[in-house]
Design a protein around this ligand. Structure first.
Ligand SMILES: [Zn+2]
Length: 339
């Protein structure tokens, strides 16, 4: 591999850590396709140049908003073609699934959609056990692994490899998931030692799990006394504010949020604010949460609300199946030599 340009490393750091890993895994040819990479609009041009330079096929997948867009990268034309074809078939099926014309063939339809999910998972290079579990149980099965971590008391020492993959692991102990994470991290190290250091430091940050899917917020706790001069909201003010938004047993932390990660978009219902990443959510935050119940986050420098969601004001578009005792909790990660 040729020497990596300093400016590429700087720009790469603008992506979420999981997106950095999957992108580099495609560059290093250990992964064929990386989908739904969230690219901030101010680095989009660089992103496209970086893909061209590394001879990757790239295209926008949408939906874009005023801050970011969703991109897919493939390591060659054949995989790009397969990805496009699969998406096309899937969306045709999604469009007609409620049409009575297919109700008589419901079983065939379900089997075919399952087969499409499995084919897609194979194209992304996910482990077979995880693909099968996902195809069988649906997207919300993603919560199972987090619940298992919580039940086994391992949620404060999750191996960083677990956070290095983009699929939904079939369980908290899925061996093949951890091995795949290790392979991707190895590719990042081969690509650039300094990028590896950056990636590892991000993976080791405490991670707030909001609800279902991929709604995580990485947080870097900050020392209040060291930072209080830069803040417009004092600890006392925020504590009072948080108490009026959340029930007791609130945990409060002053932190830096580098870049939240999200797989789904949902509309907001004021006073609740749930959409992220949003620019108010990046930077120095006062963050309060009641474990298992809800979260309230305010930008400590601007005073803007960054996130407000509680379990009894559930987002309509996020179904009941996503409810989980593992929601609204902080997980911690660890580096281990055992994988
Ligand atoms: Zn698995």
């Amino acid at each position: 591999m040729s020497a990596i340009e300093e400016s590429d490393l700087r720009h790469l750091a603008n992506l979420h850590v999981r997106d950095i890993i999957t992108l580099v895994a495609v560059v290093m040819k250990v992964k064929a396709v990386a989908g739904q990479l969230v690219v901030p609009l101010d680095v989009k041009e660089w992103f496209e140049r970086f893909c061209d330079k590394n001879r990757l096929i790239h295209f926008e997948e949408g939906p874009s908003d005023s801050y970011q867009t969703w991109m897919t990268v493939c390591y060659n034309e054949e995989t790009a073609k397969l990805k496009r074809e699969l998406d096309k078939i899937r969306s045709s099926f999604d469009n007609i699934k409620r049409n009575p014309i297919i109700s008589s063939g419901k079983r065939a339809y379900n089997e075919f959609v399952k087969a499409l999910t499995m084919l897609g998972g194979t194209m992304y290079g996910y482990p077979e056990c995880c693909i099968e579990f996902h195809a069988e149980k649906g997207s919300s099965s993603r919560t199972r692994a987090y619940e298992q971590f919580l039940d086994s008391g391992k949620d404060q020492s999750i191996p960083i490899e677990f956070w290095s993959v983009s699929h939904a692991p079939c369980s908290s102990t899925c061996r093949r998931t951890l091995e795949l994470g290790k392979k991707y991290l190895g590719a990042v190290a081969e690509f650039s030692e300094s990028l590896k250091k950056h990636v590892e430091s991000r993976l080791l940050l405490p991670r707030f799990y909001q609800t279902g899917g991929g709604r995580f917020i990485d947080i870097q706790p900050l020392d209040y006394n060291q930072h209080k001069k830069e803040l417009t909201i004092s600890k006392e003010e925020f504590e009072k504010d948080a108490q009026s938004h959340l029930p007791q047993s609130i945990e409060i932390v002053l932190c830096d949020v580098p870049r939240p990660y999200v797989l789904v978009e949902v509309p907001e219902k004021p006073p609740y604010k749930a959409a992220f990443p949003n620019p108010d959510m990046i930077g120095t935050m006062w963050f309060a949460y009641t474990p298992g119940f809800g979260a309230y986050m305010v930008n400590a420098k601007t005073g803007n609300i960054a996130l407000y969601i509680v379990i009894d004001q559930w987002i309509v578009e996020v179904g009941e199946e996503w409810r989980s005792k593992s929601n609204f909790r902080i997980c911690r990660s660890t580096k281990t030599n055992k994988i």
